[in-house]
Write a protein that binds this ligand. Structure first.
Ligand code: CA
Length: 249
């Protein structure tokens, strides 16, 4: 698997390259946003946000506009707002420095696992191709989607799909789904969700969150399970082939 590491700090880039090589990844280094945008296509991009020439979020947006290559933002910026912006711009995940290489590898594997199968454009099998071929413009009817089992999330158009059919969502329902699908299997607190999806200065009741979770459960059926963890928050689990076990509560 060919990984493009976009990172201006040579020391960080070197240590990342060594770490990734131990796990069998082939690394290309881009020290600037400009060189990232002209680099050959990769199977995955690790993108630092603090770059000398172009803001990493703009690099993310530009890479997304031209391909749906799996992309993980790596940054020293820990604010939830920037995480959400990164995810809204189409990043598949977000990892904050400092991190362990093991944690990064786990996230990379998770992102590669979530990659489209089924109604989406065909993807190279990770590990099979060292270089991803030039990506054709995707036809309008099949936009690139971040697949979570049967649910597709088009982070550019802010639309969601169930088994290939669009699910009408309100803007907040979409934002909640986009936030949770960026954190599959992770327990996220009510406060984190409220802060990220509703208001960065939020403090107070979270009843509106429950209302939106209920709406998502209703609209997405048993394709995703949004599990309430009493007193803490929610955990989203992906169900790809598990038959319905009654209500997805
Ligand atoms: Ca940097």
């Amino acid at each position: 698997v060919h990984v493009l590491v976009v990172e201006d700090d040579r020391t960080v880039a070197d240590s990342l390259a060594r770490g990734l090589a131990r796990y069998g990844y082939h690394v290309t280094w881009a020290p600037t946003g400009g060189s990232a945008l002209t680099a050959p296509a990769a199977d995955m991009v690790l993108l630092d946000l603090g770059l000398p020439d172009i803001d990493g979020l703009d690099v993310c947006r530009e890479l997304r506009a031209r391909s749906d290559v799996p992309l993980i933002v790596i940054s020293g910026r820990a604010s939830e707002t920037e995480k959400v912006v990164g995810l809204e711009l189409g990043a598949d995940d977000y990892i904050v420095k400092p991190f362990l290489i093991r944690e990064l590898i786990a996230r990379m594997r998770a992102v590669l696992r979530r990659r489209p199968i089924g109604p989406c454009p065909p993807q190279p099998t990770p590990g099979m191709n060292s270089v991803r071929p030039g990506r054709p413009r995707v036809p309008a009817l099949r936009p690139p989607r971040d697949m979570c089992g049967r649910v597709g999330v088009d982070r550019r158009a802010h639309r969601a799909f169930l088994d290939g059919t669009e699910v009408p969502l309100s803007p907040k329902e979409y934002a909640l789904l986009a936030f949770l699908t960026g954190r599959v299997d992770n327990l996220v607190t009510r406060k984190d969700i409220m802060t990220a999806v509703w208001d960065s200065n939020w403090s107070g009741p979270t009843k509106t969150l429950d209302t939106h979770v209920t709406a998502l459960r209703h609209k997405l059926g048993d394709a995703l399970r949004i599990q309430a963890v009493r007193g803490v928050g929610f955990r989203l689990e992906v169900r790809s082939d598990i038959p319905s076990e009654g209500s997805a509560s």
